[in-house]
Design a protein around this ligand. Structure first.
Ligand SMILES: C[S@@+](CC[C@H](N)C(=O)[O-])C[C@H]1O[C@@H](n2cnc3c(N)ncnc32)[C@H](O)[C@@H]1O
Length: 221
């Protein structure tokens, strides 16, 4: 996915509808409903004591379901009503229904209520203009003291990615941190790096990909 930010934001009145239609169509057309947890979320959350988590752009819900399995109470949010309905259904089927609250939000317009110990934004990319930094700043403000905001972005295009544009710029963790613009007296950056990992594509093929990882904690260093 292309990452977009405030520099690209042009028209708040018409674009959110287009984004909603795009993601609705995407999830309605999805035949295989992937439910794997994203590895950097698992690595980050595994040592934590479960509390309240927010999954921003939850998609097919692999992260939400994994967090609920670990004992977290999860608010799963997506612009696609189909996605959040299926995540809710899957959590119920697995017996974690009471730990998962799903909400449809266009995060360009609204943000869920509540305070969280962990906010996760995994590959929160969209081909539509979105004030992503504003969403992430709101997320950082929704953290309880000591809470973590984990942002994992693509740092490279996998060979199976639809977007093979060689000119696409993936924001580095430092750029994302600068865009969010958090006061260092209130938040500290615990991690800003670009690890490589072996990823598996939809047809079972593998490739090395780069992730751009930013981990912020509410509280001064
Ligand atoms: C690239 S997918 C990543 C999904 C999931 N986090 C994962 O790791 O597989 C981006 C997700 O963000 C959601 N999304 C895009 N724009 C959004 C918006 N304005 N508000 C809420 N969700 C949005 C999409 O519906 C999609 O599920």
């Amino acid at each position: 996915m292309n990452s977009t930010d405030s520099k690209d934001f042009t028209d708040s009145t018409t674009l959110p509808d287009d984004a909603q239609r795009f993601w609705e169509r995407h999830y309605r057309a999805q035949r295989a409903w992937g439910v794997r947890v994203n590895p950097l979320l698992a690595e980050t959350a595994a040592p934590l004591r479960p509390g309240d988590a927010l999954d921003l752009g939850c998609g097919t819900g692999g992260d939400t379901v994994w967090l609920a399995e670990q004992g977290w109470h999860v608010t799963a949010v997506d612009i696609s009503g189909t996605a959040v309905a299926r995540v809710r259904e899957r959590a119920r089927e697995l017996g974690f229904g009471e730990r998962v609250a799903t909400q449809r939000h266009d995060l360009a317009e609204s943000f869920p209520e509540g305070r969280f110990d962990l906010v996760s934004a995994q590959y929160f990319h969209t081909p539509f203009p979105l004030l992503r930094a504003r969403v992430l700043r709101t997320a950082a403000h929704a953290l309880r003291p000591g809470g973590l905001l984990l942002v994992v972005d693509h740092g490279s295009a996998a060979p199976w990615s639809w977007n093979q544009d060689p000119d696409v710029h993936y924001p580095t963790p430092d750029e994302t941190a600068a865009e969010i613009g958090l006061d260092p007296g209130g938040w500290s950056v615990l991690r800003a790096d670009m690890p490589r990992r072996r990823a598996t594509g939809p047809g079972g093929e593998t490739a090395t990909v780069v992730d751009n990882v930013l981990l912020v904690r509410r509280g001064a260093a």
